[in-house]
Design a protein around this ligand. Structure first.
Ligand SMILES: [Ca+2]
Ligand SMILES: [Ca+2]
Ligand SMILES: [Ca+2]
Length: 268
C-alpha cells in the first residue's frame, strides 16, 4: 500500500483528485470521458462517465487456480502498485497500470482511456491483462471478466455473438466489446446478480455458453483457461467502447450531469 499512497499523493498534487476524494480511487480522464478505478475493490472499475453520464455499475476480473474451489477477485492476490500516467500530454491521467501479485501468480492490468470530442457520446477503454506464472510448477489459470453496465434506468438488452462479442444496448445507447486475443472459452449473458453471485460463491464456476439475449439489469461475463508454464505469461486484450448518439441532446444534458458527477466525486 505504500506505493499506492505515494501514487495518490502525486495524483492529488497533479490535481487528478480533489483532497476530499476517497484515497483509494484513481481517476482517469480524456476529452469527454472520466473513468474511476478502485484497485483494492473486488470490481476494480467503478465509474465510466461519457459526456457527464455514468453508464457503469461495476466491472472487473476474477481468477481461479485449478479446477476446485472459489473464484477470487484480482485484489485477493495482493495489490502491489497502481500508477496512473498522462500519455497524451494534456495534464490528465489517461492510463493506469495496476500490479497484483502472490508467490505463484503475478497479474498486471493496464487500462487506457480514449475519450471522444465533448458531446460526441463516444468513449473507449482498452484493458490489457498480463498474467505471469511466478512459481516453479505449471499453473492452470481460469480467468474471468465481469461487466455490469446500466445504460438506461428502464433496463438494457445484452447478447453475446460469435463466441467473443458482447453488445449491450438501450435504444440508441451501446456498449460493446469483442475479444479475440485470445477467444474466450465460455461466456454468459444474464441479469444481475446471477453472474456476480457465481463469482462470489465457494464453488468452481464454468460460465457455459449462454448467449442471451436477456433484458433487464443486464450483465455479462467471459471466461478463459490458460495453462502457464513456470516463468510463462498469458496476455488478454479486451477493448470496449461506448456509443451514445444524438450528441447535441446529450451534450446539453451533460452540462447538468457533469456537475452532478463532480459533486459525487467530491463527496467521496
Ligand atoms: Ca492525458
Ligand atoms: Ca464460483
Ligand atoms: Ca446492468
Amino acid at each position: 500500500m505504500k506505493t499506492l499512497r505515494a501514487v495518490l499523493i502525486v495524483l492529488a498534487a497533479a490535481g487528478g483528485l480533489t483532497s476530499a476524494a476517497r484515497a483509494d480511487v484513481i481517476q482517469l480522464a480524456d476529452l469527454n470521458s472520466v473513468a474511476a478505478f478502485d484497485p483494492a475493490a473486488a470490481a476494480i472499475h467503478a465509474d465510466w462517465y461519457v459526456d457527464g453520464h455514468d453508464y457503469l455499475v461495476e466491472q472487473g476480473f476474477w481468477y481461479r487456480i485449478g479446477e476446485a474451489g472459489a473464484e477470487l477477485p484480482l485484489a485477493a492476490l495482493g495489490l502491489v502498485s497502481a500508477v496512473p500516467q498522462d500519455t497524451s500530454g494534456d495534464g490528465l491521467f489517461d492510463k493506469l497500470t495496476v500490479k497484483y501479485g502472490s508467490a505463484d501468480l503475478q497479474v498486471d492490468v493496464i487500462f487506457a482511456l480514449f475519450g471522444g470530442d465533448p458531446g460526441s457520446g463516444w468513449s473507449a477503454l482498452v484493458p490489457v491483462v498480463t498474467a505471469r506464472n511466478a512459481g516453479a510448477a505449471p499453473l492452470s489459470l481460469h480467468f474471468f471478466q465481469y461487466a455490469d453496465f446500466d445504460l438506461a434506468d428502464a433496463g438494457d438488452t445484452v447478447e453475446i455473438t460469435g463466441g467473443n462479442t458482447a453488445r449491450q444496448t438501450a435504444g440508441p445507447i451501446l456498449v460493446a466489446e469483442s475479444v479475440d486475443t485470445p477467444m474466450p472459452d465460455y461466456y454468459r449473458a444474464a441479469l444481475a446478480p446471477e453472474i456476480r453471485a457465481l463469482l462470489d460463491d465457494a464453488l468452481p464456476t464454468v460460465l457455459g455458453t449462454v448467449t442471451g439475449p436477456v433484458t433487464g439489469d443486464a450483465t455479462w461475463a467471459m471466461q478463459w483457461h490458460a495453462d502457464i508454464g513456470p516463468g510463462g505469461t498469458w496476455i488478454l486484450s479486451k477493448p470496449q467502447h461506448l456509443e451514445t448518439p444524438e450528441p447535441t441532446t446529450l451534450a446539453f444534458l451533460a452540462l447538468g450531469a457533469a456537475g452532478a458527477g463532480l459533486r459525487r466525486f467530491r463527496k467521496r
